[in-house]
Design a protein around this ligand. Structure first.
Ligand SMILES: [Mg+2]
Length: 262
């Protein structure tokens, strides 16, 4: 992976102002909302809801949330008056602006093995580490000691490896755990579908924090601005790096200002 390039946001804002189509793609956890040990309490940073609602109300931007969470879990946390378009479950679910939901078909063997993986976790006292999603099972260890995390990583990997073999499942690390996921769809695939619907001169930005967002950064390469939102820098394909919440809010306010300038 490459070090982030120094981004020319000034150029981007200028182009955004004149862009015929404006598309803002946002990851949720770690990007719009700080991590919380209780995942159902991970609400957006103060000020995020307000500026997102202003962007929505302007009617100038296609605002899309792209998350690993299930759509039904994001909606109440996000708390926007007007439902945005949401891609959930790393792209397996798609909430359209007309509020209908499209879901990718998940092979029966995948669902069965996700269930087996959860039962294993439950039997070993790790039920509370698990987040069950339509197309995956996430094992969280945020907030635990480094040594405990390493032990859990080995234990979970050993237990889940046999479930992946020949069943279209894969184990992916994320910032704060491991996820057993149905293969065949990731955030980059969701971005590619969105790009297919956009004009060539559309102004697009994607903001994300996690390893799973690298697929989205890759898909957007050369076609839009990718932004790593994180307290500390890391190797990334993103074009630039912002620290939350101040620089994130600054970005969103700039987006509003330049996307609504006539
Ligand atoms: Mg995230």
């Amino acid at each position: 992976m490459e070090e982030p390039k120094i981004c020319s946001l000034e150029t981007f804002w200028h182009l955004l102002q004149n862009g015929p189509q404006k598309v803002l793609l946002l990851d949720y956890d770690g990007t719009l909302a700080p991590f919380h040990k209780k995942r159902d309490k991970a609400f957006p940073y103060p000020g995020v809801r307000k500026i997102l609602e202003e962007i929505q109300q302007s009617g100038k931007t296609r605002l899309v949330i792209v998350s690993g969470r299930n759509i039904k879990d994001i909606v109440p946390l996000l708390g926007l008056k007007q439902l945005p378009e949401i891609w959930g479950g790393h792209g397996f679910e798609h909430l359209l602006p007309d509020t209908s939901v499209q879901r990718q078909k998940i092979p029966a063997t995948c669902s069965l093995n996700l269930q087996k993986a959860f039962l294993w976790a439950k039997e070993h006292g790790h039920e509370h580490n698990c987040e069950q999603k339509t197309s995956s099972l996430a094992f969280h260890w945020r907030g635990l000691k480094e040594e405990t995390k390493e032990q859990l990583e080995q234990k979970v990997s050993r237990a889940w490896e046999p479930l992946t073999m020949g069943h279209n499942l894969e184990i992916q690390p994320f910032d704060g755990g491991l996820e057993l996921r149905c293969a065949g769809m990731h955030k980059g695939d969701a971005i590619k579908q969105i790009l297919d619907e956009c004009s060539k001169d559309a102004m697009i930005a994607y903001l994300g924090d996690d390893l799973t967002d690298e697929d989205a950064f890759k898909a957007l390469k050369g076609k839009g601005l990718s932004v790593l939102v994180r307290d500390t820098q890391r190797d990334t394909l993103a074009d630039c790096w912002l620290t939350p919440p101040d620089e994130l809010l600054d970005f969103l306010h700039h987006w509003y200002r330049y996307s609504t300038k006539t």
